[in-house]
Design a protein around this ligand. Structure first.
Ligand code: ADP
Length: 752
C-alpha cells in the first residue's frame, strides 16, 4: 500500500523551490468500510506551484518509508498531525497534516539548521537548538507581521482577535486592545453581516476565504472597502486584508467615465477604435462596426483588415498621412476618407485619435473615434454645386445682385452687372461698401439712407430711385431687399436686387401723358357735343322759320313777297352747316392721316384777294378786312386749297371775336418764306389758356356765347404743319389777337 501511495504521492513536490513552504491538498480514497486506501494529489495545488518534477523523499532527504509510515497513520486516524524527522543529511524536516472536508492539507515546513555533529549530541541539545531556531523565526515573523503594509490578524473561529498587526489597527483606527473586544463580524457593514456569516465565517475553518470584498467600519464610524482572505488552521483563523477603497473608487470613476464616454460617442454617432501596434490588433466597438455595415463581432481585426475597408483611391493618401503622423511628435491623428459598404455604397468617414508612445517616441498604441460624415459631405458638395450655378447665373443676369452676411454685416458678393449699371468697378464697392450711394441722385439720397437702415434691420423693402452715372447719363432703377434666415429663424444673409427700369419709366411717362390727353379730349368732346347740338340746331331752327314764313307769304299772296330774303337766310345757314361739316370732315381726315398735300405754284396775294371778296365782302356790319402786302410778291409752291382753308378760318375768327375795328390781313414776302398775319382788336385770349389754343375742341373761357366748335384752329395748325410751316398766336385779353402763319416759298424743299 505504501508503495502504491508513494507512487502517486511522490510525484507532487517541487525541487525547484526548496526554500518555500509547499502546501498540497490530497483527496482521500476510501474502501466500502471507510478505510483509507489511497491518496490523490489535487492537480490544482500542483498547478498553483508550477511543479515540474516531484520527489517528496528527495526533498526531505530521507527514505520515503520513514516519513510515510507515521504520515499514513495520521491520515488514517483523520487527525491533525505534526511530524518531525531527522533527515539522512542530518537536517530536521517537519510535515503538518490538516484534515479538511473531503481532503487533507499537507504542509512541508522549511528545513531547519543541521544539528551540530559532535558525536555527543543528546535530545536536549537538539531540542534547545530547535527552540532557539523557532524563537528566532518567531521574531522574524513578528517583524514581518508588524511591518507589513497589508493588514494581518490571528483570531479564533468566532472572529475574536488574538493578534492584529500595526497596519490592521491603524487602518481601522482602533487600538489593539479595543480590537480584541470587537468580534470580526461586528466590523462588517450591517447590510453585509448576515451574508458574510452564513456564507463565509460559519465554515471558515473548513473553507478558506479568498479575495472577498466587504465594507468594514472604522472607529470614526466611516466605512471603507477591504479585500480580505482568511484561512482556518487548528481552530485558528489567519486573516489578511487590504484597504481598496481608493482603488474601488478609482475603478468606479473609471466605469462612470467609460459609460459617459460610451454615451457621448453614441449620442454623437461615433464609434471607438483602438490599434495596438505591438500586437498588430485593431479593436472596434459595435457602433464602429455599424458605421461600416460590418457584423458586430468581437473578434479583433488586423491593420491590414482595416486598410481593406478604405476606398482604394484614398488608401495611399491615408497611409502617407498616417505614417507622417506616427513619425512626428504631435500625438494627434486625423483623417477623412471614403469606405465601401458591403452593398457597394460609398460613405465618407472622419476619424480623430491620439498616439501613445514609448519613452523613446516610437508609437505604441492608437486610440480614437470615427464617425460617418456622408450627409455633411453630400451637403457640402450640393452647396458647392449650387454656389457654382448661382455664380453662373448671377454673373450673367442684367440685374445688379449682392449678398451681405448678417454677423458681422459685410458685403460678401456683388455681381458684375453693378459695373454696367453704376459705371463703377466692383472692386470699388468691395473697398468701400457704401460708395454705391455716390451714384444716386441728390434728391433720392435721403430715401436711400432710410432704405439702408431698414435693410440692415432685416426689413424687406422696395423703392425706385435715379442714378447719375459718371458719363452724365441718368437712369431709373428699382431696388428690392430680401433676408435669409436659418432653421432657428435667425437672419443669416441680407440680399438686394436692383433692376434698371428706365424704359419702363419712359413708357409710364408716355402712358401718363396719353391718359392726360385722353382725359382732356373726353372733356373737350363732351363740351363739343353740347356745342355741336347747339350749332346744328340754331341754323336748322332758322331755316325752319324761314321756310314757314315763305309758306305763309305764299299762302297769303301778299305783295311784294320777301321770299328772296328768306331764301338768302336759308342759304347762309346752309353754308354754316356745310362749313361745320367740312371742319368735322377735315378733323377726322387729319385724325386718320388721310390729308394729302396737292402742291402747285400759285399767287398767294391773288388767292387772298379772292377769298376776301368771296367770303368777307358782304358782311352785315359792313366791316371789310384791310389787306397789306409787303416785300416782293412771288409765287408760292404749296397747296392753295389748304392755305385758303387756314386763312378763311383765321379771318372768320378775327371777325367773330371782334366787333368794332375790322381785321387786317398782312402778307410779308421774305427770301425763302412768306409770313401771313391776321390781326384783330377783339376780345383776345386769356394768357393762361393760350397754350391749349390749338387743341381740338378747345374754346377759351371768354368765348362765351360766341358760336364755335373749337375745331378750326386745331385743323388750321395741322394743315400748316403739313405744309412745313408754322402757325402761332400773340394775344392779350380785351386788346386783340394776331395769328401768324409762316410758310416756305417752296414747300417741296423742306418737305423733301
Ligand atoms: P371756334 O372759333 O369755332 O370756337 P376755333 O378753333 O377757330 O374754334 O377757335 C378756338 C377758340 O379760340 C375760340 O373758341 C376762341 O375762344 C379762341 N379764338 C380763336 N380766334 C380768336 C380770336 N381772333 N380772338 C379771340 N379768341 C379767338
Amino acid at each position: 500500500m505504501y508503495n502504491h501511495l508513494q507512487a502517486v504521492q511522490l510525484t507532487g513536490f517541487t525541487q525547484e523551490s526548496p526554500g518555500k513552504r509547499p502546501v498540497f491538498l490530497f483527496l482521500p480514497l476510501r474502501d466500502a468500510q471507510g478505510k483509507l486506501v489511497d491518496l490523490w494529489l489535487e492537480t490544482a495545488s500542483l498547478a498553483s506551484l508550477s511543479v515540474t518534477e516531484v520527489c517528496f523523499s528527495s526533498w526531505l532527504g530521507m527514505p520515503s518509508s520513514l516519513l510515510l509510515e507515521p504520515l499514513w497513520q495520521t491520515l488514517e486516524a483523520d487527525l491533525v498531525g505534526c511530524l518531525h524527522y531527522q533527515l539522512a543529511s542530518g537536517k530536521l524536516g517537519k510535515v503538518t497534516v490538516t484534515p479538511l472536508p473531503g481532503r487533507y492539507l499537507v504542509e512541508l515546513l522549511e528545513e531547519i539548521p543541521p544539528i551540530p555533529d559532535n558525536g555527543d549530541a543528546t535530545d536536549v541539545i537538539v531540542l534547545k537548538t530547535v527552540e532557539d531556531y523557532l524563537q528566532q523565526k518567531n521574531r522574524e515573523l513578528k517583524t514581518f507581521f508588524d511591518g507589513a503594509l497589508d493588514m494581518h490578524s490571528i483570531s479564533n473561529s468566532q472572529g475574536k482577535f488574538f493578534e492584529v498587526n500595526h497596519a490592521f489597527y491603524q487602518t481601522l483606527g482602533y487600538s489593539p486592545d479595543e480590537l480584541k473586544q470587537i468580534p470580526f463580524l461586528n466590523l462588517i457593514h450591517p447590510d453585509e453581516q448576515s451574508w458574510v456569516y452564513e456564507n463565509l465565517l460559519r465554515n471558515i475553518l473548513h473553507h478558506p476565504v479568498r479575495n472577498q470584498v466587504n465594507r468594514l467600519r472604522r472607529k470614526d464610524g466611516t466605512y471603507r472597502i477591504f479585500e480580505w482572505n482568511a484561512i482556518g488552521i487548528d481552530e485558528v483563523v489567519y486573516g489578511s486584508a487590504r484597504d481598496i477603497t481608493e482603488r474601488e473608487q478609482a475603478q468606479e470613476q473609471l466605469r462612470a467615465l467609460h459609460e459617459r464616454l460610451q454615451l457621448a460617442t453614441q449620442a454623437a454617432g461615433q464609434g471607438i477604435w483602438e490599434n495596438n501596434l505591438e500586437k498588430n490588433e485593431i479593436i472596434w466597438d459595435d457602433r464602429l462596426c455599424e458605421i461600416h455595415e460590418l457584423p458586430t463581432s468581437k473578434h479583433k481585426r488586423s491593420y491590414a483588415d482595416y486598410l481593406q475597408t478604405i476606398h482604394p483611391d484614398d488608401r495611399a493618401d491615408f497611409l502617407t498621412k498616417r505614417q507622417f503622423e506616427l513619425a512626428g511628435t504631435d500625438d494627434r491623428l486625423k483623417a477623412i476618407y471614403r469606405i465601401h459598404w458591403p452593398d457597394g455604397t460609398i460613405r465618407w468617414i472622419e476619424t480623430s485619435g491620439r498616439i501613445f508612445r514609448y519613452p523613446d517616441g516610437r508609437p505604441r498604441r492608437l486610440i480614437g473615434v470615427a464617425w460617418d460624415i456622408t450627409p455633411r459631405m453630400l451637403a457640402d458638395a450640393a452647396l458647392r454645386d449650387s454656389e457654382q450655378r448661382f455664380r453662373q447665373i448671377a454673373d450673367h443676369v442684367d440685374e445688379v445682385f449682392w449678398i451681405h452676411s448678417a454677423q458681422p454685416f459685410e458685403l460678401l458678393y456683388i455681381n458684375p452687372a453693378y459695373e454696367r449699371v453704376w459705371q463703377r468697378s466692383c472692386e470699388s464697392i468691395y473697398e468701400d461698401p457704401m460708395s454705391f450711394i455716390d451714384g444716386i441722385v441728390a434728391e433720392d439720397k435721403p430715401a436711400m439712407q432710410a432704405f439702408i437702415q431698414d435693410y440692415r434691420a432685416g426689413k424687406e423693402r422696395q423703392m425706385d430711385y435715379q442714378l447719375e452715372r459718371p458719363d452724365g447719363s441718368r437712369c431709373w432703377v428699382s431696388v428690392r431687399s430680401f433676408i435669409v434666415r436659418d432653421a432657428a429663424g435667425h437672419i443669416i444673409r441680407h440680399l438686394g436686387v436692383v433692376t434698371d427700369i428706365s424704359s419702363q419709366k419712359e413708357k409710364e411717362l408716355v402712358l401718363q401723358q396719353a391718359l392726360l390727353r385722353t382725359q382732356e379730349l373726353s372733356q373737350l368732346k363732351s363740351q363739343f357735343v353740347a356745342t355741336v347740338s347747339h350749332e346744328f340746331r340754331t341754323p336748322l331752327a332758322t331755316m325752319q322759320s324761314s321756310l314757314e314764313l315763305i309758306n305763309y307769304h305764299l299762302a297769303s299772296a301778299t305783295a311784294p313777297l320777301p321770299i328772296s330774303k328768306h331764301l338768302r337766310v336759308i342759304e347762309q345757314e346752309i353754308e354754316k352747316v356745310t362749313d361745320l361739316l367740312s371742319d368735322f370732315l377735315s378733323a377726322s381726315a387729319l385724325e386718320s392721316g388721310n390729308i394729302r398735300v396737292n402742291a402747285r405754284w400759285f399767287d398767294l396775294a391773288a388767292l387772298c384777294e379772292e377769298l376776301l371778296s368771296t367770303h368777307f365782302s358782304r358782311r352785315q356790319d359792313q366791316r371789310r378786312a384791310h389787306f397789306l402786302v409787303e416785300g416782293t410778291a412771288c409765287q408760292l409752291y404749296s397747296d392753295p386749297r389748304l392755305v385758303e382753308h387756314v386763312l378763311i378760318n383765321l379771318l372768320a375768327n378775327a371777325f367773330k371775336f371782334s366787333t368794332t375795328d375790322p381785321p387786317t390781313l398782312r402778307i410779308e414776302f421774305k427770301p425763302s418764306k412768306v409770313v401771313v398775319h391776321v390781326i384783330d382788336q377783339g376780345i383776345g385770349i386769356p394768357l393762361s389758356e393760350q397754350s391749349n389754343l390749338f387743341q381740338a375742341f378747345f374754346r377759351a373761357s371768354n368765348a362765351g356765347a360766341i358760336r364755335g366748335t373749337g375745331l378750326g384752329l386745331a385743323i388750321a395748325r395741322q394743315f400748316v404743319e403739313h405744309l412745313s410751316g408754322h402757325l402761332g398766336v400773340q394775344s392779350q385779353e380785351h386788346k386783340g389777337s394776331t395769328f401768324t402763319m409762316t410758310l416756305p416759298i417752296n414747300f417741296s424743299v423742306l418737305a423733301g
